[in-house]
Write a new protein. Structure first.
Length: 148
């Protein structure tokens, strides 16, 4: 990797597109995929692009799928965010809160330590308390089978 080059966003977009169109999720409907360290604000756009471009340019490429990319996302994909604040409520409105989780990214240099909860709260101003609990606790507990 070149110094100063950010590559994570591109790799996350490619990985999610592959998961949603490869047929793996169709063959394994109980499989759950968690994307970490990639943020979530870009996901609604990617889903929109995939569905538009596949329908317009390559409908044959997804004939093996019984659901749309958005439906596979809602059924089997989970995504994490940590520093995202701008547009988080729009992303929650577009994707729903059931598959979004807050992470701290500890111990990486970009982590929110030691002020993780304060930073999380900044992005959740005005978000319903039940949704905040999902993002900060219950979604991850459910996905990873962690008793609360």
């Amino acid at each position: 990797m070149l110094p100063g080059r950010i590559t994570g966003m591109s790799s996350h977009r490619h990985a999610l597109a592959d998961w949603l169109t490869s047929g793996v999720l169709a063959r394994f409907p109980r499989l759950r995929v968690a994307l970490s360290e990639g943020q979530v604000g870009w996901i609604p756009f990617l889903l929109e692009v995939l569905e538009w471009e596949l329908a317009e340019c390559a409908p044959h490429a997804v004939e093996h799928l019984s659901l749309s990319p958005s439906e596979y996302f809602q059924r089997q994909i989970h995504a994490c965010y940590w520093f995202e604040r701008q547009g988080l409520t729009d992303t929650l409105a577009a994707l729903g809160p059931d598959h979004i989780m807050f992470e701290t990214d500890f111990p990486h240099p970009t982590c929110l330590y030691p002020d993780s909860l304060e930073r999380a709260a900044e992005g959740l101003v005005g978000v319903d308390p039940a949704v905040r609990e999902q993002l900060l606790c219950t979604n991850a507990a459910s996905l990873y089978h962690i008793p609360i």
